[in-house]
Design a protein around this ligand. Sequence first.
Ligand SMILES: NC(=O)c1ccc[n+]([C@@H]2O[C@H](COP(=O)([O-])OP(=O)(O)OC[C@H]3O[C@@H](n4cnc5c(N)ncnc54)[C@H](OP(=O)(O)O)[C@@H]3O)[C@@H](O)[C@H]2O)c1
Length: 308
Amino acid sequence: MSWWSRFFPQKEQYFRPVILVTGASSGIGLALAKRLMLETRYRIVITAREGSIERLRGILPEGDRFWIHALDVTDEEQRQRLVRDIDERWGGVNVLVNNAGISYRAVVEDMTDEDERRQMATNYFGPMGLIRLVLPNMRERGRGKIINISSVSGMMAMPTMASYSASKYALEGASEALWYETKPFGIDVVLVQPGFIRSRSFENVYYTEKSKPEVSFEGPYQDYYRNMIPFVGRMMNRAWATPDSVANLVLKAIKAQNPPLWIPATIDASVFYYLRRLLPRRLLLPALFYLLPKARTWGRRFTNKRLT
Ligand SMILES: NC(=O)c1ccc[n+]([C@@H]2O[C@H](COP(=O)([O-])OP(=O)(O)OC[C@H]3O[C@@H](n4cnc5c(N)ncnc54)[C@H](OP(=O)(O)O)[C@@H]3O)[C@@H](O)[C@H]2O)c1
């Protein structure tokens, strides 16, 4: 190395973090990908499942520092191949954004074991598998960031979303433990917690055989489905937060020196956080229950409830 390049390194020798974002074909992931494209100091890998890759390439052109790679987060082999490819091309992942996620809309009784497995595989096992793959490299380099997109559902559960909530509670619990485990190695862990967002994402929800509207609108939980589905849709349509506003927060966390573990990403996320802490436990759930639309009458025509 010449004395000149030792003191005045060429541009390529500066640290150019490699950011991996999962689930970038729509919603928050796509908004984040578009924001990151403008940040020329980063090298970016965005992913979606095989079926969405061509559409994604049509929206965002690939280039020297912008790479689109197929990934189904539930597939261990694909996770390994992706991280291996990034290691070979750019020397490893510096920032992992676990964003890909799905949400089932079904009461507990209407889920099957297979549905539960799919929910957990996408929102919990997949992200944890990726974390395990990128950690050794981050530890070796003494820096790195793991940003998990959680949800208000990871601090507060709602009827018809039990399994989704369980997956986000799991992600929250594991991330909290990971925060302690990686701190000494210079690796930050962040949970971004969006609540209701103004987007079309509620159209991507998964229904089970028993929770499909054609079936569930006739069954014993019909009041739950008839009220919760439009309620969630209304709340999302009226929300102030957007995929862009959440993406901006994620970008802030990427740039921050010591980001906090929890970042509420919408107003309702902050409100629910404080409600949970301030309201006495005996009041919390009954109060929230009666705030849900027509909840006083839910299940009335189907109940055989008796005094114990
Ligand atoms: N929107 C909200 O109101 C809201 C609120 C709180 C939290 N969140 C969380 O924010 C994150 C993003 O949500 P969003 O609303 O932006 O969702 P979205 O618009 O439905 O996008 C989900 C993304 O995840 C990808 N994905 C789904 N299953 C996958 C799999 N098995 N492997 C790889 N990619 C997969 C989808 O890609 P494909 O094209 O391959 O399907 C898509 O790119 C999720 O973790 C969600 O739980 C969202």
